[in-house]
Design a binder for this molecule. Structure first.
Ligand code: ZN
Length: 241
């Protein structure tokens, strides 16, 4: 057994490198997570709405028949993905436990549906004393929901004929509950007196029934959430009815 010739040395070194690289790739693949959750990303244009309520945004999106079809279709893809993952785990032999952990890491049903809200903004630039405008799309917020929640919401929207968002519908409902009899009951309870400044009808102010927690913020038309206010105090409070 003699020493290696320079040519033989090059070949040997090349083989060692190739084996080492192969091993590194194999280890990396073994370490890497083969699973990637199939999110559905829905772009929502919220231009022209000041501060859109998150649930309103989602209600409007899922009220569109085409969009709802796409969501249902996507959920089928998620199911198929889960089946494939189960097969991969099944076939992973000695690293089954590792694959199971990796699958659990990416599983994200609760945030599977993402609503990316963007608005168009007008900006200005000045070049050589000339002012010109241009539009940019700005990401405002991102909402996330899970499929089951969307299904329940869609069913409730369907019950009201997709007439409004659920929040808007509740507001209308609460307004309908304000009957003349309830109005009279609150007036009597509060002694026909503004509950902020104490003025009465004979002081020359108009009296109104006010929702302490506004309907728009989820306040209900029940005696505990109602009070008598004069028009001036009510006006300064904002939400009147
Ligand atoms: Zn008052």
């Amino acid at each position: 057994m003699g020493t290696l010739s320079p040519d033989e040395t090059v070949v040997l070194v090349a083989i060692v490198i190739a084996v080492a690289v192969g091993a590194v790739i194999a280890i990396r693949d073994w370490l890497a997570n083969p699973f990637k959750y199939p999110y559905m990303v829905i772009e929502v244009d919220v231009s022209g709405r000041r501060t859109p309520d998150s649930k309103d945004v989602i209600d409007r999106v899922i009220s569109k028949p085409r969009m709802w079809e796409r969501i249902v279709e996507h959920e089928r893809k998620v199911s198929a993905w889960k089946t494939r993952c189960a097969e991969t785990i099944e076939a992973s032999g000695r690293i089954t436990e590792r694959r199971k952990r990796q699958y659990a890491e990416v599983l994200d049903d609760e945030k599977g549906y993402r609503f990316v809200c963007r608005r168009t903004q007008t900006r200005y630039k000045q070049v050589n004393y000339k002012r010109s405008s241009y539009q940019v799309r700005v990401k405002e917020k991102e909402l996330a929901a899970d499929y089951e929640w969307l299904v329940r919401r869609h069913a409730r929207l369907s019950e009201i004929g997709f007439e409004a968002t659920l929040r808007e519908y509740t507001m209308k409902d609460q307004r309908r509950l304000m009957t003349p009899a309830l109005r009279r009951q609150i007036m009597e309870r509060d002694n026909y007196t503004c509950q902020i400044c104490g003025k009465r009808m004979r002081d020359g102010v108009g009296l109104q029934i006010d929702h302490i927690i506004p309907v728009a913020k989820g306040g209900r038309t029940v005696p505990s959430n109602l009070q008598v206010l004069c028009s001036k105090c009510n006006g300064s409070k904002g939400d009147s009815m």
